[in-house]
Structures are given as C-alpha cells and as structure tokens.
Design a protein around this ligand. Structure first.
Ligand code: PRP
Ligand code: MN
Ligand code: MG
Length: 179
C-alpha cells in the first residue's frame, strides 16, 4: 500500500500538533457556549475523533454523510446527502468539521442546507484546504494547512475508498489513478 504514496506531506506528529492548535482556538472562542460539532463523513472521521478529544468544552457531536466524488478524482458537483443529522441544530452553535476543501461545492451545499435550519451560529473547520481549486467564495474559520493541488490521501481521505486508514497524509502516486 505504501508504495502508492509518492511523498508524505504531513506526518502523524505534524497533524497532531496542528489538530491541538485548532482545538485550542475553538476552546478559546467558544468559552461559555455549548458547541455542536458536525462531522462530514466519511472523510472527516479521523480528524473529528482527534479534534474533539482536544477541545476543552462541553461538546455535542453529530454526523452528516455526503458524497460528490464517488470513485472519481473530480467532484461531480452533485452533492448527495447519504445520512442526515440525527437532531435539530436550531439555536445551536455549530461547527462543521471537514477533512478537506477542494472545489468547495460540498461545503457550499452543506452550509446552505444547515443555515436554513436556523443555528445560533455556523462556522467551518477544515484540516486541509486547496485554495487554488476553489470555484466559489467561502469563509473558512479554522484551517489546518493550505495544500498544493495534488491528489492526497490518508488520515480519513480516500481514493476510491482506499487509504483512509493511513495515519499520515500523503501524495498519491499518479500511477494509481492514471491508467
Ligand atoms: C471529499 C472530501 C470533502 C469533499 C471536498 O469527500 O472529504 O468532503 O470531497 O471536495 P469539494 O470541496 O470539491 O466538494 P467525498 O465526496 O469524496 O466523500 P468522502 O468524505 O466520503 O470521501
Ligand atoms: Mn468528504
Ligand atoms: Mg472521498
């Protein structure tokens, strides 16, 4: 499996330090408030698990599963809700937790959808961002790393459902997806 990875972009240690940094900011910003973390499955699952245990606040969690990529390397632009939130977010302080923002289409869809449910506030937190690829304008409140326009996998992020379990983030060798 590891020979599919051209280069390790972020090691486990780098990720751990960055996750802690983001969690500290959230802890500071939401003092005295109850936070609802909304993880976007499946990609955000590992980030969410690591982030929430570093946040020193009373936190609720929920998940939404959406998919726009399927087995392709390009976003289809059509976002499908595969699993909706279990509970209402009305009057809740919601933070959406994403692994990566690429075109931004997934988050744009989720934000519009969640805003219509009248949360007290709504912020976006992503571990990775590929600003070069953004097709729409969007404010990202908490961000780990800006990354180059390469196909990356690991730490929850897949290619054709594989590589999600890698504990680090790596650049996928072109051989794997150019056939
Ligand atoms: C990936 C990733 C983000 C989204 C980013 O999810 O986890 O959710 O794409 O791309 P965008 O900004 O261009 O919309 P994917 O649809 O592959 O589902 P997954 O999380 O289950 O892998
Ligand atoms: Mn995703
Ligand atoms: Mg995916």
């Amino acid at each position: 499996m590891d020979n599919s990875i051209k280069e390790v972009l972020y090691s486990e240690e780098k990720i751990r330090n960055k996750v802690k940094e983001i969690a500290d900011k959230i802890t500071e910003d939401y003092q005295g408030k109850e936070v609802l973390l909304v993880g976007v499955l499946k990609g955000a699952n590992m980030f969410m698990a690591d982030l929430m245990r570093q946040i020193k606040l009373s936190v609720n969690i929920d998940f939404m599963a959406v998919s726009s990529y399927g087995h392709s390397t390009e976003s289809s632009g059509v976002v499908k809700i595969l699993k909706d939130l279990d509970n209402s977010i009305e009057n809740k302080h919601v933070i959406i937790i994403e692994d990566i923002i690429d075109s931004g289409l997934t988050l744009q869809y989720i934000c519009e959808n969640l805003l219509s449910r009248k949360p007290a506030s709504l912020k976006i937190c992503t571990l990775l961002d590929k600003p070069e690829r953004r097709t729409i304008d969007m404010t990202v409140h908490y961000k780990g790393f800006n990354i180059p326009d390469e196909f990356i996998v690991g730490y929850g992020i897949d290619y054709a459902e594989k590589f999600r379990n890698l504990p680090y983030i790596g650049i996928l060798d072109r051989r794997v997806y150019e056939k």
